[in-house]
Design a protein around this ligand. Structure first.
Ligand SMILES: *Cc1c(COP(=O)(O)O)cnc(C)c1O
Length: 392
């Protein structure tokens, strides 16, 4: 028997649910790329990105996924052979480091773990040893969707300052922008990047980079520039230069609408919604974990993301649970990847998500535990509701 027919939810950490308004914004003919409404859309999106990243810096739009933004950030600021320090915490910072390796950059990984955030003291200690300032850039993710960790970017900046180190500070906010506070200028981030398909509620296919003054300066002598990613060309006077060719028009219409939705809600309120949904999820997981079969991947409660919660299974059939929630209940929840592959689930609560979607998802998981005989504390959903009742 299935109860799946009805509105289906996609609760994976990207791509995420695209609002109907955003889908409808794309349903229109292509337009002129040299004049008319597209120019206004470009201006709105570039400025909207400054508001999202909280920066006065320059913003760039790429017809690419997050991996494309990784390349753009590196190519525009670094020289062949430069040393880059990658702060490990889950999968994605390492992936960015692998991209840097392909560009002939010299990668050093500051070892971290899959169950906690980057330790600022550890970073400070490593930077202090680098008296010759060989490290030219530091790469970190704010939220890692593989491990579910949230890194404290402001604290990492303080560690860099405490070591008086001049390296560029580059932050991947693909799984956090529009979900959790990010203050590019106030936190002294030199390059920030994100993608369209997670907290920003758009289809995959756009990515965004913001560059502060220190990054602009580094750009002047960067040696790895490519035609497509080059910031100098994109700063040129012609509209098509902003995209180095034909703009991805329909994705831009989508992004314009998504920005409208975020600014109508209010960015701080968007963060707050994610904080409530994230904590409600954690309350449920805390109860489920009472029987020892499942638990949080991130051991440090302070370092759990508000956009995704990763739950490890010590026993119980993960695949059967995900099949049950999808085929019987109509909600797709994420499987774990990388080192945790097959060992747990990822519950995304990022982007276009409300209480119905979250509580429905948590209920489907709890129903799955019950149906499949996976040991769990009963009343996880009740705990989520108790929390929300007190917090609203
Ligand atoms: C999803 C994700 C990426 C990869 O983005 P793609 O669009 O798949 O290239 C990179 N970093 C983080 C933190 C992510 O969550």
């Amino acid at each position: 028997m299935t109860l799946r027919n009805g509105k289906e939810f996609l609760m994976i950490p990207g791509p995420t649910n695209v609002p109907e308004e955003v889908l409808r914004a794309m349903h229109r003919p292509a337009v002129d790329i040299y004049e008319g409404p597209l120019l206004e859309t470009t201006g709105f999106c570039l400025h909207g990105l400054q508001r999202l990243f909280r920066t006065e810096g320059k913003t760039y739009i790429y017809a690419a996924n997050g991996h494309g933004a990784w390349d753009a950030a590196l190519c525009n600021t670094l020289k062949r052979g430069d040393k880059v320090l990658v702060l490990e915490s889950g999968r994605f910072a390492l992936g960015w480091g692998e991209a840097a390796n392909v560009l002939d950059l010299d990668i050093e990984v500051l070892p971290g773990a899959w169950d906690k955030g980057v330790d600022p003291a550890h970073l400070q200690e490593r930077l202090k040893q680098d008296t010759a300032h060989e490290i030219k850039a530091i790469l970190v993710v704010q939220v890692d969707t593989a491990s579910g960790v949230w890194n404290d970017i402001a604290a990492l900046r303080k560690a860099i300052d405490a070591a008086s180190h001049p390296a560029l500070f580059m932050v991947d906010t693909i799984a956090s922008l529009g979900c959790m506070p990010f203050e590019m200028d106030a936190w002294g981030v030199d390059v920030a990047l994100t993608g369209s398909q997670k907290g920003l509620m758009c289809p995959p296919g756009l990515s965004f980079v913001a560059a502060g003054p220190k990054a602009d300066l580094a750009h002047e002598t960067a040696e790895l520039r490519t035609n497509y990613t080059d910031w100098t060309f994109r700063q040129g006077p012609e509209h098509y230069q902003k995209y180095c060719g034909t703009p991805p028009e329909h994705l831009l219409f989508a992004f314009h609408k998504a920005l409208d939705l975020i600014f109508e809600e209010g960015l701080e309120k968007t963060w707050h919604r994610h904080a409530l949904l994230g904590e409600a999820t954690r309350r449920a997981v805390t109860v489920w974990a009472e029987k020892g079969a499942v638990d949080f991947n991130i051991t440090d409660a302070h370092a759990r993301s508000n956009s995704v919660t990763v739950v490890r299974f010590n026993e119980g059939d993960v695949a059967a649970l995900r099949t049950f929630t999808k085929e019987v209940c109509g909600v797709t929840i994420g499987g774990t990847i990388g080192e945790l592959s097959g060992k747990g689930i990822r519950i995304a609560h990022m982007g276009h998500v409300n209480a119905v979607m979250l509580l429905g998802t948590l209920s489907s998981i709890e129903l799955g535990f019950q149906k499949l005989g996976i040991p769990h504390g009963r009343g996880g959903v009740q705990a989520a509701m108790d929390y929300l009742a007190g917090a609203l």
